[in-house]
Design a protein around this ligand. Structure first.
Ligand SMILES: Nc1ncnc2c1ncn2[C@@H]1O[C@H](COP(=O)(O)OP(=O)(O)OP(=O)(O)O)[C@@H](O)[C@H]1O
Ligand SMILES: [Mg+2]
Length: 287
């Protein structure tokens, strides 16, 4: 992956530092009865070209973990601990610095592309604006980059489609457009928060394959958040299991799936439908 822009806020990786290193990350919000901690002491790392899956039930703190990494916590939220990108501490940076780092180095793909895309502008306007805000250059150059990115996420006829509005695309296509927007800036890290949850399984599989292809081509690191262990097994090299804001277990995908240590992880695995047993039903649902 080329790291060319002199404007990048973090331009020099600390020698030997991993892409992303999170240590003892806690996130809390003030409440009338004192601070409520929604993420407690989470630690993990992501190396270039690898994917960390963060898995856990609803409310377990997956999104808050990733938003803390991005410096995008909702109002009132505070993060403590350490979040280092190429060895550079991100916690405690100003909003302005974080905005730069986000566009330059880290991209995020959310569950609902419609909430991230503005219905009143063509996708071309939105992709090129995001690109030029960080990389500058002419409108024509940005449009060329955008068309290439649309091609990479397999939007057919990108020269024409770039001038269409979000509502003229299907849900799966819109998610691919968000991915195109993310990869335009050649980020070092892409954080995907349930990017395929709203999609049907066929489209979900296409998006997962696409992300894997892009990762192979670019060496981008990825954090992939999902409540779906089957998706994790497909995309992740390493897995962090969370529950109620706590880290339950962390390991390689193989270890988590073949030799889970925590009873909670074993219960999650037991709830998965078994491919080798067609008569197996969703155990977790019956409980
Ligand atoms: N703005 C906020 N203020 C206070 N607490 C919040 C806020 N947003 C979320 N929370 C709480 O933080 C906890 C973790 O939420 P989070 O969104 O990280 O869960 P999640 O694992 O991403 O769940 P889901 O799978 O439903 O997306 C939850 O208990 C939630 O109620
Ligand atoms: Mg979430």
């Amino acid at each position: 992956m080329s790291i060319t822009s002199a404007a990048r806020t973090i331009s020099i990786p600390v020698v030997g530092a991993p892409l992303l290193e999170v240590e003892h990350l806690s996130v809390s919000f003030p409440t009338s009865s004192g601070p409520a901690t929604v993420v407690r002491d989470a630690s993990f790392r992501v190396d270039q070209g690898t994917t960390l899956g963060i898995v856990g039930e609803s409310g377990s703190g997956k999104s808050m973990t990733s938003l803390a990494v991005m410096g995008l916590l909702p109002r009132g939220g505070t993060a403590t601990g350490s979040v280092r990108l190429f060895g550079h501490e991100l916690l405690g940076r100003t909003d302005r610095e974080l905005r730069r780092i986000r566009g330059d180095r880290i991209a995020m793909v959310f569950q609902d592309p419609l909430s991230s895309l503005n219905p009143y502008y063509t996708i071309g306007v939105q992709i090129t604006e995001a690109y030029r805000a960080h990389r500058g250059g002419s409108q024509a150059a940005a449009r060329k980059v955008a068309i290439e990115a649309l091609e990479r996420v397999r939007i057919a006829d990108p020269d024409r489609r770039i001038d269409h509005y979000p509502h003229q695309f299907s849900g799966g296509m819109r998610q691919r457009i968000m991915i195109a927007m993310a990869i335009c800036l050649e980020p070092d890290l892409i954080i995907c928060d349930e990017p395929t949850t709203a999609l049907d399984v066929t489209v979900q599989a296409q998006i997962l394959d696409l992300l894997a292809d892009l990762q192979r081509q670019t060496g981008t690191g990825m954090v992939f958040i999902t409540h779906d262990l089957a998706v994790v097994s497909r995309v992740a090299d390493d897995v962090l299991v969370m529950k109620d804001g706590d880290e339950v277990e962390r390991g390689t995908t193989e270890q988590i799936f073949t030799a889970p240590r925590a009873p909670y992880t074993r219960a999650l695995l037991d709830a998965l439908p078994r491919i080798d047993d067609p008569f197996e039903t969703l155990k977790g649902v019956q409980a």
